[in-house]
Design a protein around this ligand. Structure first.
Ligand SMILES: C[S@@+](CC[C@H](N)C(=O)[O-])C[C@H]1O[C@@H](n2cnc3c(N)ncnc32)[C@H](O)[C@@H]1O
Length: 464
């Protein structure tokens, strides 16, 4: 018997978690035969769309400019549901592209891999792959999500950690066990700092395999935003005056226990489907603009690059990185390496820069009249994306395809149509634009609000 100071019962948590969808058998109705789940619809704005429910048929007919409404059922299946990540792929999309444009044993590249959706799907489809990202948090998460774990080791290790978790005694956690980072005591209440420190100690003091430890630490990371004082509804990490959530004693412990149980089942589902002999490489010292791989290496590249001026990834994951010990102090060095970064020098944006694409330059000029700094950020984004297009062209085998999923966004109120500018640039690099089509990505049964329609993603298929 161990003393519990806090009202946390692992038994109750397990019962609650057992009701989650992940433990229910998969609805067979979503595995339709290929012509069943494709139909023409008219949306509420009178526009024609092709709606595809669940698995996308490999031989789906696609014409230039066609718009699709893909309904995803697999957002959390396998290891996909481990940890939030901004602008994640819905898995059916890379799954379909990988099967359509590569064969078993091929090598697939994702130069902006983020949380490794492309790489997980490559493994499940018996392809090897490489995940490139400049973000240390993304690389760590990608490693966890693509590493299979033996279930006979996984579940006993999880039990051992849960057992330590309930031994929490706030008076026995020393301040020195709480990591120090900027504005720490604004981001977290004292209780949450103590609970998180106890979670970290429970993981680190248990003798377990490194891959299991990493899964547990990522599970700890997955509760950090929720238990902090930061706004849950904002990608950026910000504290609001009026907090939109209740933080109570045992919150971090309970949430962590739930997520650890869920994530261990997720990684187990992935591991059961994993085919040994196939692997994912997550190299250091690479950047989407400079790959350390020789010419003609990859059979296929599938990616979703960052949007211009949209998500500040280091800032989004700052609290998680501080707790995981992969960042400390200022984030500006990390930010500089990100394409689309807002970290730019005043001396750079005093004059107007041109990218040599008529449409893009007209847009940059319009933005320049409103805001010189934003105009430079937009220019720099396209400049960096051109370096990426050239680099992927070099590293692809002749005949290989580079598939880019990218949306539009607004800069200073101006619609910035990245997909069009990228398509124009790819032409001058030597790619043939084989096909392009739109995807209105929504979650299952969520209505598309009018504003969101601007964020239609475009999928560009380029052939070397
Ligand atoms: C839209 S996200 C990719 C999400 C991914 N498709 C997924 O399913 O999780 C874009 C990624 O590009 C990464 N990134 C930004 N600049 C980069 C660069 N210069 N080289 C490589 N990756 C970069 C960001 O860290 C981010 O993870």
């Amino acid at each position: 018997m161990y003393m519990t100071y806090y009202p946390i019962s692992i038994q109750e948590i397990k019962q609650k978690v057992a009701k989650r969808k992940i433990f229910r058998p998969i609805d067979r109705a979503i595995d339709f035969p290929s012509d069943y789940n494709v139909k023409e619809i008219t949306n509420e704005f009178g526009e024609s769309l092709t709606r595809v429910d669940g698995e996308i048929p490999i031989d789906l007919e696609v014409s230039d400019g066609q718009r699709f409404l893909f309904i995803s059922y697999d957002q959390s299946r396998y290891s996909h549901g481990i940890h939030k990540y901004p602008a994640k792929f819905f898995p059916e999309l890379p799954r379909w592209l990988i099967k359509r444009y590569s064969k078993q044993g091929d090598l697939v590249l994702d130069p902006f891999a983020g949380s490794a959706t492309t790489n997980i799907e490559s493994l499940l489809a018996k392809r090897n792959s490489v995940a490139i990202d400049v973000d240390p948090f993304a690389k760590y998460l990608a490693k966890v999500k693509t590493t299979p774990i033996e279930k006979s080791e996984l579940f006993p290790a999880v039990e051992a950690i849960l057992k330590k978790l309930v031994e929490f005694n706030p008076t026995q956690t020393r301040d020195s066990e709480i990591p120090d980072f900027p504005y720490r005591d604004n981001w977290f209440t004292k209780e949450m700092l103590l609970e998180l420190a106890h979670i970290k100690k429970s993981i680190n003091s248990t003798v377990i395999d490194k891959d299991i430890k990493d899964l547990c630490l990522i599970s700890m990371s997955s509760v950090i935003r929720a238990v902090s004082n930061a706004d849950d509804n904002c990608t950026r990490t910000v504290v609001r005056k009026k907090l939109n959530k209740e933080i109570y004693p045992s919150f971090a412990l309970t949430k962590f226990a739930e997520n650890l149980i869920l994530n261990s089942h997720r990684i187990n589902e992935f591991s059961q489907r994993f085919h040994s002999g196939y692997r994912v490489e997550i190299p250091d010292g690479n950047d989407a603009r400079y790959l350390t791989y020789p010419d003609d290496t990859f059979d296929l590249a599938v990616t979703s690059p960052p949007y211009a001026n949209a998500v500040d990834y280091p800032r989004t994951h700052q609290l998680e990185m501080y707790w995981l010990g992969i960042a400390s102090g200022s984030l500006s060095k990390l930010k500089e390496r990100h394409i689309g970064t807002e970290v730019v020098k005043a001396s750079d944006y005093k004059q107007l820069h041109r990218i040599d694409d008529k449409e893009a330059d007209e847009k940059i000029e319009k933005i320049y009249k409103l805001d010189q700094r934003r105009a430079f950020i937009a220019y720099k984004y396209l400049h960096d994306m051109r370096l990426n297009l050239k680099e992927v062209y070099r590293a692809l085998k002749p005949g290989g395809r580079y598939i880019i999923v990218v949306g539009n966004n607004k800069i200073k109120g101006e619609l910035f149509e990245s997909w069009k500018y990228l398509m124009n640039m790819s032409d001058s690099i030597g790619f043939n634009v084989e096909n392009y089509f739109g995807s209105e990505i929504i979650k299952h049964f969520i209505k598309v609000p009018r504003e969101e329609r601007i964020n239609t993603d475009w999928i560009i298929i380029l052939k070397k």
